[in-house]
Design a protein around this ligand. Structure first.
Ligand code: TRP
Ligand code: SF4
Length: 400
């Protein structure tokens, strides 16, 4: 099986809520048991939009790491680190900027969208325009193959793929590439080199994607090739040069649109969140005061769950039996809304309770949290350094 490396980052801009938990963290927690995972705090990305309020970032970084740990991100399975503690990201960002056409950045849809949405801020900065390229550096520096993100981030991953392709195209043509590739093919052994040639032809002559996939899989299983030869043969398959930077794929979280207290998507900007460390009384109060189907004025008025944000929470937190009870009771006007909200309150509290207990433990032991991150920074730096060696080499910056 091809080895996957998963990488994702989150900006520290405030406390995490159930939307983050259901939409992102649950997915990370599942992935950490299946693949090598790196998760990082994108503090530089936060500065692109919050450059005028560094205090928010400073406060949020550690709180966010505590929330991750409390939610179940496990430092024994995943590498947890802080972007700015691996300055190689900035170096790669600078080097990539040399080959990034301005027009590619200007047409990333989040650029104009966010400028309009956050119109109270001046986002006509160099840093903000470069946001997607910094993200590309985050991803490419670890040769990540999978990037779990939300839908809004897809253009950034596609942009990253284009940058990797352009970089490989420009710098992957080492002297004598063709000869080196032929040498590497021989190392595959008789049967496999023939197979490789056939699949390469099938792809190059008739665009057979299946053949490309099979050839890639074969190379990735191959034990006796050096990393350099594997990269050469991967590059040679597609006709170009050596693959120095790996094109990542995005991995959409399994559909989980976490509704907020008002039925819109849960988001800090809609002011409809329940935070992971919300005290139980607050949770109860927030759910009890949630709006319901406006047709239900008296308890006996029939309602329609499809018009009620509470129902959306039942879809996340209640089993079939409770859901049936809600549907029947609401439509018949035989249950009250407060009564209906009770199982949601219980469901949310049940989910939060163990998290809050763990958060308290981590919050009480800042040294532990700092050590976890220090160790993650170290591991990340080691990987980043390896890529940077190749990148510098390729760009004529090897002074050893
Ligand atoms: N832009 C991402 C977001 O807002 C955060 C991020 C920064 C990221 N660098 C990344 C996500 C690299 C995935 C990979 O959600
Ligand atoms: Fe909403 Fe439940 Fe009230 Fe129906 S009974 S309107 S689903 S809260």
């Amino acid at each position: 099986m091809a080895v996957e490396r998963v990488l994702s980052g989150m900006r520290p801009t405030g406390s995490l809520h159930l939307g983050h938990y259901n939409g992102v963290l649950k997915n990370w927690i599942r992935l950490q048991h299946e693949h090598e995972c790196l998760f990082f705090v994108a503090d530089w990305h936060a500065l692109t939009t919050h450059y005028d309020s560094p205090e928010i970032i400073e406060e949020s970084v550690w709180e966010m790491v505590i929330d991750w740990l409390a939610a179940g991100v496990d430092p024994a399975s995943a590498t947890i680190f802080i972007q700015s503690q691996v300055p190689e990201h900035a170096e790669l960002h600078t080097l990539l900027s040399m080959v990034t056409p301005l027009s590619w950045l200007e047409r990333v849809p989040t650029y104009k969208d966010q400028q309009e949405k956050l119109s109270s801020k001046d986002l006509s900065t160099y840093g903000f325009l470069g946001y997607p390229l910094l993200q590309s550096a985050d991803i490419l520096i670890y040769k990540a193959t999978q990037v779990p993100v939300g839908e809004d981030q897809i253009p950034h991953i596609e942009f990253t793929r284009e940058i990797a392709r352009r970089f490989n195209h420009l710098y992957g043509r080492e002297p004598g590439f063709e000869d080196k590739a032929q040498e590497a093919i021989k190392k595959l052994g008789k049967k496999k080199s023939k197979l490789y040639q056939e699949m390469r032809n099938a792809y190059q002559e008739s665009g057979d994607e299946q053949a490309l996939e099979s050839a890639r899989a074969m190379l990735e299983e191959q034990q006796n090739l050096s990393l350099g030869d594997t990269e050469r043969l991967l590059g040679y398959l597609e006709g170009g040069g050596k693959i120095i930077l790996v094109e990542p794929e995005y991995k959409l979280a399994p559909a989980s649109k976490m509704p907020g207290l008002d039925g819109q998507k849960m988001s800090k900007s809609y002011n409809n969140t329940i935070s992971l460390r919300e005290p139980a009384e607050e949770v109860t109060k927030k759910i009890k005061t949630m709006p319901t189907d406006p047709a239900r004025i008296r308890r006996t008025d029939p309602g329609n769950p499809a018009k009620c944000p509470v129902w959306q929470l039942h879809e996340v937190y209640s089993g079939n039996d409770v859901q049936d009870w809600v549907k029947t009771g609401c439509k018949a006007g035989s249950i009250g809304c407060i009564e209906c909200k009770q199982p949601v309150i219980e469901g949310v509290l049940k989910e939060l309770k163990p998290m809050q207990a763990r958060a308290e433990e981590y919050a009480a032991d800042p040294t532990l949290v700092r050590n976890i991150v220090a160790e993650g920074n170290e591991k990340a730096r080691k990987l980043a350094r390896e890529t940077m060696r190749d990148v510098r080499d390729a760009m004529g910056l090897d002074y050893s």
